[in-house]
Design a protein around this ligand. Structure first.
Ligand code: NAP
Ligand code: F7E
Length: 346
C-alpha cells in the first residue's frame, strides 16, 4: 500500500471544512486542520471525526494557527509537508464584512497570499485550492455566470475574494503552482452557520413550530441565490486537485430562488404561514446588495464530471428535519428551566 496523501485544511471547523474532512478521511487521506485558539471550543462540527491521536486509526490532526499570520503558514507547511492545501478559512459573512472590512481583507485576501508564498518557498510541489465565491460577480453583468463573467464585487468580502482569486491565478501563471479556484455559489446544510439566511430561516421556523420563538427578523426578501448542498460541493473541491492541469471552476446548481421562496418552502414543510411570523428589520439590510446569482457549472460538469445531487427542495427539507430535532432537544432543556434563547447579530 502506498503512503497516504496528506491534506492541510484551513477553516476545518467551518461548514465546508467538516464535510471536506469527512470526504478526505473516507478516501484514506491524513487530514491536518488549522484551528484558532478561542475562549470556548469551536470544534463541534468535527468532534465526530476526531479521536485521541494516540489511539490507533486516527488520521485527523489539529494545529493552532491563523490566516493573518504568514509565519504560521510557512511553519505549518514545513511541519506537515502536505500534498494538498484547501484554503477554506475566511471571515465568510458578507454583512459582517461591511462592519469589519480591514479584518475581512486581512483574512480573506492577505491570508491567501500568505499561503501561496509559503508554498512557493517550501521547495516541494503542493497543490492549492482557493475557496473563491460567487460574491465576486456581485452586480452581475450577465446571467447565468460562468468562469468568463467579469467580476463586480459589492462588499468588502467580495473585493477580498477577488484579490484571492487573482493571486491564485497569478501564482499559477508566474510560478507554475498547481493552484485552483472553486467559484462556489451559496451552499448550505444542517451544519451551516446560524447567521446565514437559509439556516436562520430553518432554525427559526422549527423553533416557532415548537413554541420556542415567536418572530423572525430578516432583511431583503427579494434577493435571489443559487443554493446547493455543501456535501455535494466539497466533492468538486477535491476533484479540482485531482486533474492533470490546474484551473478555475464555477460550482452551482443552475437554479435560482428568492429568500421569499426559501421561506415558503421551509415554513410550508411545517404547515406554517411565514407571513404571520416574519418581520422586516433594516439592521439586516446591507449597504450594497447582490440581487441575483445563478451559476452555469458546465465546465465542471464536463471536465470534473461533477454534478449536484441534492435539489433545492431536498436541501430545505434536510435542514428543516435536522433543525426540528435540535428544537425538540431545546424544548426539553427549556422545560427543565434552562435558557435556550440565542442573541441574533447578523
Ligand atoms: P464558515 O462555516 O464560516 O467557516 C469559516 C472557517 O474559517 C471557520 O473554520 C473559521 O474558524 C475559519 N476562520 C475564520 N477566520 C479565520 C482566521 N483568521 N484564520 C484561520 N481561520 C479562520 O464558512 P464555510 O461556509 O464553510 O465556507 C468555507 C469557505 O468557502 C470560506 O472561505 C467562504 O468564504 C467560502 N465560500 C463559502 C460559500 C458558502 O456558500 N458556504 C460560497 C462560496 C465561498 P472558527 O471556527 O474559529 O471561526
Ligand atoms: O445571505 C439576504 C441577504 O448571508 C443571502 C456566504 O457563504 O454565500 C454566502 O453569502 C441573502 C442576501 O449569504 C437576511 O441580504 C435577508 O441577499 O445567507 P447569506 P450571502 O451573503 O449570499 C456566498 C456565496 C459566500 O461566499 C459567503 O461566504 O439573504 N438576507 N435577510 C439575509 N441574510 C442574512 N445573513 N441574514 C438576514 O437576516
Amino acid at each position: 500500500m502506498g503512503k497516504a496523501k496528506r491534506a492541510l485544511l484551513t477553516g476545518i471547523t467551518g461548514q465546508d471544512g467538516s464535510y471536506l474532512s469527512e470526504l478526505l478521511l473516507k478516501k484514506g487521506y491524513e487530514v491536518h486542520g488549522v484551528i484558532r485558539r478561542s475562549s470556548t471550543f469551536g470544534t463541534d462540527r468535527i468532534e465526530h471525526l476526531y479521536r485521541d491521536p494516540h489511539e490507533s486509526g486516527t488520521r485527523l490532526f489539529l494545529h493552532y494557527g491563523d490566516l493573518t499570520d504568514g509565519n504560521n503558514a510557512a511553519a505549518l507547511l514545513q511541519e506537515i509537508q502536505p500534498d494538498e492545501i484547501y484554503n477554506l478559512g475566511a471571515q465568510s459573512h458578507v454583512g459582517v464584512s461591511f462592519i469589519n472590512p480591514v479584518y475581512t481583507v486581512e483574512v480573506d485576501a492577505l491570508g491567501v497570499l500568505h499561503l501561496l508564498e509559503a508554498i512557493r518557498h517550501c521547495g516541494r510541489p503542493v497543490k492549492f485550492y482557493q475557496a473563491s465565491s460567487s460574491e465576486m460577480y456581485g452586480k452581475v453583468v450577465e446571467t447565468p455566470q460562468t468562469e468568463k463573467t467579469p467580476f463586480h464585487p459589492r462588499s468588502p468580502y467580495g473585493c477580498a475574494k477577488v484579490y484571492g482569486f487573482w493571486q491564485t491565478v497569478n501564482y499559477r501563471e508566474a510560478y507554475g503552482l498547481f493552484a485552483c479556484n472553486g467559484i462556489l455559489f451559496n451552499h448550505e446544510s444542517p451544519r451551516r452557520g446560524e447567521t446565514f439566511v437559509s439556516r436562520k430561516i430553518t432554525r427559526a421556523a422549527t423553533r416557532i413550530k415548537l413554541g420556542l420563538q415567536k418572530k423572525l427578523y430578516l432583511g431583503n426578501l427579494d434577493a435571489r441565490r443559487d443554493w446547493g448542498f455543501a456535501g455535494d460541493y466539497v466533492e468538486a473541491m477535491w476533484l479540482m486537485l485531482q486533474q492533470k492541469k490546474p484551473g478555475d471552476y464555477v460550482i452551482a446548481t443552475g437554479q435560482t430562488h428568492s429568500v421569499r421562496e426559501l421561506l415558503d418552502e421551509a415554513f410550508g414543510l411545517l404547515k406554517l404561514d411565514w407571513k404571520k411570523h416574519v418581520e422586516q428589520d433594516d439592521r439586516y439590510l446591507r449597504p450594497a446588495e447582490v440581487d441575483l446569482l445563478l451559476g452555469d457549472a458546465s465546465h465542471a460538469r464536463k471536465t470534473l464530471k461533477w454534478k449536484p445531487k441534492v435539489t433545492f427542495k431536498k436541501l430545505v427539507k434536510m435542514m428543516v428535519e435536522a433543525d426540528l430535532k435540535l428544537a425538540e432537544q431545546e424544548k426539553i432543556l427549556h422545560q427543565a428551566g434552562h435558557r435556550v434563547h440565542k442573541t441574533e447579530y447578523e
